[in-house]
Design a protein around this ligand. Sequence first.
Ligand code: IMP
Ligand code: MG
Length: 182
Amino acid sequence: MSGARQVKVLFDEKTIAERTEALAREIAAAKPKNLLVVAILKGSFMFAADLLRALHRAGLEPQVEFFHLSSYMDGTMSSGTVKILRDIESSVRDRDVLLVDDILESGRTLAFAKDLLAARGARRVMVCTMLEKPGKRAVEIGADFVGFVCPDVFVVGYGMDVAHCYRELPYIGLVVTAQDAA
Ligand code: IMP
Ligand code: MG
């Protein structure tokens, strides 16, 4: 069993771009007030950058903050606890917050972030994830806005990594050996 690793495309650039525009219109329709977008690093950086530009086109004027949270070690297994590696700087008191993440799986990362911002006095905390893996939830949380439902495989690209690789890919896919891809 050998062969070079390749990435099999699940969601291509055009599909992601079209869905992102539609998501931005859905978010604008929720009429957020004094909106603060909080992107959860690292995985959401590419999606957040595209979503923010789409939000602008949809007529919103959000401010932007970054949370660096970690629930994963180097591999593909969740460590179960969420750590704040870098906190946001702005106050969320009485503001509408849109949490943006790459993927909702166990829900631990987003539940942690949502509870924390609610406890800090946010008026409303909404959740937008590029991908959602159904049937994997360990805690009770739903996303208000979801890009795509994702099959139960470990995906990479468009900001998402496995052991720090593949974040730069402009599409979302799964890693296969060249043999599998054939
Ligand atoms: P959760 O806390 O289990 O919902 O997982 C959230 C985080 O785990 C995501 O923000 C990702 O960074 C990471 N993650 C979960 N599934 C995948 C995957 O298939 N590929 C890459 N990262 C993933
Ligand atoms: Mg992440």
